[in-house]
Structure formats: C-alpha cells, structure tokens
Ligand binder design. Structure first.
Ligand SMILES: [Ca+2]
Length: 239
C-alpha cells in the first residue's frame, strides 16, 4: 500500500513539473503531460585535473610568415558553470580576453574570473607561466565540482595582433562521472579586438570590437584545412 501511495504521489509531482515547464497550464486538456527529461546524472564529489597545453604551432606545420620569437603566453583558465565562459565564437571579447589575446597579460581577465567566482558562476582560477620551447608544456591544476563541471582556458599565440588558442566550456563529465582523461586539439582564434592581419602587424585596435572567430587566414588554414596550434589534455588526479 505504501509503495502504491508513493508512486501516485510521484506521478502528481511529475505532472505538476510538466505544467510549470510548459509555461501555460492547459487545465482543460485531458492529454497527459509529456514526461520530463531525466536529469543527467552528475558526480557527487569534486575532482582535480592536471591541465597540460602543448604547442603544435611550428615553422614546419605553419610555414606561412612563421614569426621569429614564437611563443605562447601563460595559460589562464577557470572551472565554471554554464553561465560563465572566457570566450565564445560569435561573441565580442571581454576587455580581459582582448588584453590576453593582444598582449598575453592575465589582467584584467583574472579580475573577470574572480568576479564570476564571487557570483557563484566560477569555482577557481588557474594559470601558468609562458612557453618558448615547444618540447616543454604548460601545466596547471584545476578543481571542478558538480556545480562547476566546465573548464575554459586560453593563451596568446605570440607574436600576433589578437590571436589566441584555448578551449571554452569543456565538460569533464561523461555518463555521470568525471572523465579520466580528455585531449582536445586546439585551433587558433581571432579575438576581434584588433584588425592586424599578420603576426607582427602594428596595433590596429578595432572599435567597436568584432565577434571572436576561428582564425581563418593562411597562417592557420592550409588548403582549406585548419591546422591546430596546440593540444590540451586533462588528466584526472588520483584521489
Ligand atoms: Ca583580429
């Protein structure tokens, strides 16, 4: 009996949720509300990952105007929820992303991330020093939790007008659990903050800012194929 009563209560609750979710209640409709989508399972505990960025941007792979002094600025990133991300294709850069992409500086992007932390939309900021020797990697540690399972990270492709690489809102949950390891190949992006068209172009500040795009010049696209400039790997740390 108890089980029966419980299940009829659940059905009532589901029906109520259905009405609220639809926005307009149709009390006269006899049709049963569609069952709500099952919420996707989430891990219950936080996790820590090692974040590794390695350059694949070399004179051999990207010969067009490959610059002297090629390097990556230090990476800067955050773990966060869906209400925050460091960049998005089609969205204008924040002042922090613009500065990062043009000068490799972590400020004021670090302040923007700390504001997102204060607002509850980001969990933590992580960063590293820069990279000049492509045999090395940039390494940092990020903590994620069930409320902040996404990670964004960026670094400047330097020298360049406003080109950067990175990834936005990488979801480290798969089938309800933290992934053990994930590797992404990263293209170059144009933040939209400067109109320069070559690696060493003088500053040509763009106003108003343009939306961020995949970098589509010959520096990064060869015979119609995007040549990635880096790999990004997340490795879950042992508990
Ligand atoms: Ca640009």
């Amino acid at each position: 009996m108890r089980a029966l009563r419980l299940s009829s209560f659940s059905i009532t609750a589901i029906a109520l949720v259905g009405v609220v979710a639809c926005g307009k209640s149709s009390s006269k409709s006899a049709a049963p509300a569609a069952p709500p989508a099952a919420p996707s399972a989430m891990p219950t505990a936080p996790a820590e990952y090692t974040v590794i960025i390695k350059s694949t941007w070399t004179k051999a792979t990207h010969p067009f105007e490959y610059p002297s002094g090629a390097h990556f600025s230090g990476m800067i990133g955050a773990s966060h929820n869906a209400r925050y991300s460091i960049f998005a294709v089609g969205r204008r850069p924040t002042p922090g992303l613009e500065r990062l992409s043009e000068e490799g500086k972590h400020s004021p992007l670090d302040t923007e991330i700390r504001t997102a932390i204060d607002q509850g939309n980001a969990l933590m900021l992580f960063e590293s020093g820069g990279l000049k020797n492509w045999k090395d990697s940039m390494v940092a540690t990020v903590r994620v939790d069930p409320a902040h399972p996404l990670v964004s990270v960026v670094n400047m492709v330097a020298p360049s007008p406003d080109w950067f690489t990175g990834a936005s809102s990488v979801d480290l949950v798969e089938n309800g659990a933290w992934v053990a390891r994930r590797t992404l190949t990263l293209p170059a992006y144009d933040s939209g903050g400067d109109d320069g068209k070559t690696y060493k172009a003088p500053d040509r500040d763009t106003n108003p800012k343009k939306p961020t795009t995949r970098a589509a010049t010959r520096h990064f696209v060869v015979n119609g194929r995007v040549k990635p400039v880096a790999t990004l790997t997340f490795v879950r740390k042992a508990r």
